[in-house]
Design a protein around this ligand. Structure first.
Ligand code: AR6
Length: 168
């Protein structure tokens, strides 16, 4: 059975071990999925984030999930798309890999990712999906935890891109 699953919808609703966030390097909230996660988790999430001293692009940090059904939030800072020659691909790859490494270290069996960087940060969706699926597949081949990775697509375009790639 495949350890990669696709969901269309709102990541804040998932009853799962961990959800990833598409944060910015301040880790102090924003709009998009970051705003939705902070609203759903409540003010205690922001309080914990304040203790983390931010996070560099391409890296990830974990907090508790507070009022979310998810036990943890893994805050990932994806790259801002700036034409494609500014290390964007490698930085996108590394934020997924770093989130997965944290999941392995915390014994997180199920984790859901939003389509990091493909909203406000303007990373081309098709290019991002190809990078992300190949890096996550490779990680799962070499690690038994997490057991399951969900990709949660909020917009139709990302959902259709992932659906077609996962089918291939
Ligand atoms: N559930 C799942 N996915 C969602 C949700 C949701 N509730 N809401 C939006 N998306 P974005 P970025 C999708 O812009 O491009 C913030 O201000 C959305 O359709 O949230 O990494 C941060 O603080 C898109 O596919 O994140 C940063 O400053 C994906 O989430 C900046 O935005 C990512 O879009 C990060 O920009």
């Amino acid at each position: 059975m495949s350890r990669i699953k696709l969901i269309k919808g709102d990541i804040t609703k998932l009853e799962i071990d961990a959800i990833a966030n598409a944060a910015n390097s301040s880790l102090l909230g924003g709009s998009g999925v970051d705003g939705a996660i902070h609203r759903a988790a409540g003010i205690d999430l922001l309080e914990e984030c304040r203790t983390l001293n931010g996070c560099p692009t391409g890296e990830a940090k974990i907090t508790k999930g507070y009022k979310l059904a998810a036990k943890y939030v893994i805050h990932c800072v994806g790259p801002i798309w700036n034409g494609g020659n500014n290390n964007e691909d490698a930085l996108l790859e590394s934020c997924y890999t770093n989130a997965l490494k944290i999941a392995t270290n915390f014994g997180i069996k199920s984790i859901a990712f939003p389509n990091i960087s493909t909203g406000i940060y303007s990373f081309p969706k098709n290019r991002a999906a190809n990078i992300v699926l190949s890096v996550v597949e490779k990680y799962l081949e070499n690690n038994s935890i997490p057991e399951i990775v969900y990709f949660v697509c909020f917009d139709d375009e990302n959902y259709n891109i992932y659906k077609n790639l996962i089918r291939e």
